[in-house]
Design a protein around this ligand. Structure first.
Ligand code: SF4
Length: 686
């Protein structure tokens, strides 16, 4: 007797990992997920995914998922009802607000959450708590990009689309390893680099996969991006390859900028970068001569003490050569996390509200007041590192962290742990018992991308629909619904979480979302700004910049204080990288089977350095910095320069952030993960 086979349903949604924003077709039968396929009709990924996206369904029902709210009592987590946990949180937060003021409370939102959820979290912190102490993962990745591009162009987002690679003649990739961190874009770049006649320039201390195929690889010493970019601009100006008419009509400040660039000390720069000046000159001239040149940058640009300044120099390089405002050009940050662009767009930052409006300006602040129906404070709130300082000073009483493993991924782990231990109430909303969750007083089980709807904005400003595939597991809830429930408990009327209704609200306060509706997103989403009639924007700055003219602002290279203070006793430079198999703290990818492909962090070390310390392949190496020490297994390779080491931070067993430091980008406070002064010795392991 034949049994009827249940029908297979296919739901189109968006990957939860990197900023490429691949579309995924998720097949289900009777509520069970069978597989993920890559749709060919998706503009973003055209039939491709990487292995992270392809197997992204394997973690959502993992036995270790948090499936009920919990309160820690006498050091032990106890499962409680949603009603009990909501009452507990609302009462505590109201007490801190009344006794210590709203600034005693802070929130960290998540790039894994939808735009609508991020909007709700910042609204909760601003309108219900009454503080601007809200921040997100952009702080530790692309906050310098947003700031640097806002200063030079007026808008802190990618100017073009990834698909423009097919329209360009030259790609300049700085401080990024897209093959591992943005694999679908990385594959496009590799195809571009392999085609005869195309120019590809990679500026990176490591000989990455893309660097192997590049026309020019500039293996600079970590921490010298500004010096190399200034040298490139020197040679372009010297060769008369600037775009004079673009500079005249579209920019300001060129004369002063030119004088500063022409006065840089080439001998000094060549020495500090450790790269032959002729290589830099050839690459600079190739970039300037290309009819169309695009730049792409990653965390190797931003996670430095001069991160914001590096972004400004990349933007100025584009202005200098007129590579702005048409297809196949522009400045294109490779956003690391799936919705880090969207979380900042929605106001998850302490100085600008939803839509990047500066809430310290009285008229703008008034606009938020009217819209939210309460007074929003006009003073800037804490950035994440400032939250930790406030906690250590006893000023921060409560911290609500959504989907960020700050213990594993923020620098100087011991300091982060101390800050959490010094905070009276730590609320962690998570999928798994992460390193941060272990320090929580309250655990809230959020929902994964497969269990809720909303929108994510990828690295090319493309707002795409995330569609619920399955019901939240156990007693978990959509993160947005949890925030709404607490808002209501604390007396602020907010309708239940629903992306359609939320987008209607967001489109009224975020100017570049004016024409976005749930219905008009269609299959391929819309790239903001979206006009009221629904017309979207593939290329920014075509006729003018948001601030009128593009700004030339010279920045001089300076050595990071990490090396000035420590290089004598800690002579090696450790830089951090990512691996294809894993995503950030690995909470999801270590539960999809990817851990069988890569099950541990490892340290890249140059053969000459290994020999000096009698280190063989697979030996443990003790890495020691002024903050602490860790033991990592050695992989001997000339992919790194002599004197430079590199490792990932995907595994809590290693906890590499025990040794990273407190130096931050001087402007945006992004941590300097890319230059850590260390000394090494062979060790016996953990
Ligand atoms: Fe695409 Fe990035 Fe997801 Fe890989 S991790 S499938 S490249 S969005």
């Amino acid at each position: 007797q034949s049994k009827a086979i249940a029908a297979t349903d296919v739901t189109r949604t968006i990957c939860t990992y990197c900023g490429v924003g691949c579309n995924l077709d998720v097949s289900t039968r009777s509520g069970e997920i069978l597989s993920i396929q890559a749709p060919y009709d998706a503009e973003v990924n055209q039939g491709h995914t990487c292995l992270k996206g392809r197997y992204a369904f394997k973690f959502y029902d993992h036995p270790e998922r948090l499936d009920a709210p919990m309160i820690k009592r006498d050091g032990v987590f106890e499962k409680v009802s949603w009603d009990e946990v909501y009452d507990f949180i609302a009462t505590k937060l109201q007490t801190y607000k009344d006794e210590f003021g709203p600034d005693s409370i802070a929130g960290i939102s998540s790039a894994r959450c939808t735009n609508e959820e991020n909007y709700l979290m910042q609204k909760f912190i601003r309108a219900v708590i009454g503080t601007n102490n809200i921040d997100g993962c952009a702080r530790v990745c692309h906050s310098p990009t947003a700031l640097g591009m806002q200063r030079t162009f007026g808008t802190g987002a990618a100017t073009n689309s990834i698909d423009d690679i097919k329209d360009t003649n030259c790609i300049l990739v700085i401080g990024a390893n897209p093959t591992d961190a943005h694999p679908v874009t990385g594959a496009k770049m590799k195809q571009f680099a392999m085609k005869t006649g195309n120019i590809s320039i990679v500026i990176d201390p490591r000989r990455t996969e893309l660097a192997k195929y590049a026309t020019y690889h500039i293996p600079l010493r970590p921490g010298t991006n500004v010096a190399v970019l200034n040298m490139m601009m020197y040679y372009i100006i010297e060769a008369g390859l600037v775009d004079a008419s673009f500079i005249e009509s579209r920019t300001e400040g060129f004369d002063d900028f030119k004088n500063e660039i022409l006065s840089i000390d080439l001998d000094h720069i060549e020495t500090v970068c450790g790269v032959d000046r002729n290589l830099i000159k050839e690459a600079a001239i190739a970039y300037a001569k290309a009819p169309n040149a695009m730049s792409f940058h990653g965390l190797g640009v931003t996670e430095h003490s001069q991160g914001t300044f590096t972004v400004m120099q990349i933007a100025d390089l584009a202005l200098l050569t007129g590579n702005i405002g048409r297809r196949g050009v522009g400045v294109n940050p490779l956003r690391g996390q799936n919705n880090v662009q969207g979380s900042a767009d929605m106001g998850v930052q302490p100085h600008q509200g939803a839509g990047y409006l500066d809430l310290t300006i009285p008229e703008v602040n008034q606009r938020y007041n009217t819209f939210y129906g309460v007074n929003v404070p006009s003073h800037i709130g804490f950035k994440i590192p400032e939250m930790f300082e406030a906690a250590l000073d006893g000023k921060l009483k409560a911290l609500w962290v959504i989907g960020e493993d700050i213990v594993q991924t923020d620098p100087n782990t011991k300091k982060v742990i101390k800050a959490l231990q010094n905070t009276d109430l730590v609320i962690v909303q998570e999928l798994f018992m992460t390193e941060t969750a272990k320090y929580a007083d309250v655990l809230l089980p959020g929902a994964s991308f497969l269990e809720k709807s909303g929108t994510f904005t990828n690295g090319e400003r493309r707002v795409q629909a995330v569609r619920q595939v399955v019901k939240p597991i156990g007693n978990a809830k959509a993160d947005g619904q949890i925030i709404v429930d607490i808002m209501n408990r604390m007396g602020y009327p907010q309708p239940d979480y629903d992306p359609k209704t939320m987008l209607e609200e967001i489109s009224q306060i975020v100017p570049f979302f004016a024409g976005i509706t749930w219905e008009n997103l269609g299959k391929n989403g819309k790239q903001w700004p979206v006009a009221k009639d629904g017309t979207d924007t593939q290329i920014l700055h075509q006729k003018e910049f948001k601030i009128g003219k593009g700004q030339f602002i010279f920045k001089k290279w300076r050595e990071t204080s990490e090396l000035v203070d420590n290089a004598k006793d800690y002579p090696y430079i450790l830089t951090t990288n990512r691996e294809l198999e894993h995503y950030n703290c690995g909470a999801m990818t270590r539960r999809t089977g990817n851990e069988q492909l890569l099950g541990d962090d490892y340290l890249m070390i140059h053969p000459i350095d290994a020999e000096k310390h009698f280190i063989s392949e697979g030996d443990y190496v003790c890495l020691e910095s002024p903050r602490g020490k860790v033991d990592v297994k050695a992989r001997i390779t000339d992919e790194v320069k002599e004197g430079v080491l590199s490792t990932t931070f995907h595994f809590p067993e290693i906890m590499i952030n025990n040794i990273t430091g407190d130096v931050h980008d001087s402007e945006a406070k992004c941590p300097e993960y890319k230059v850590v002064a260390v000394r090494i010795r062979k060790s016996k392991g953990k």
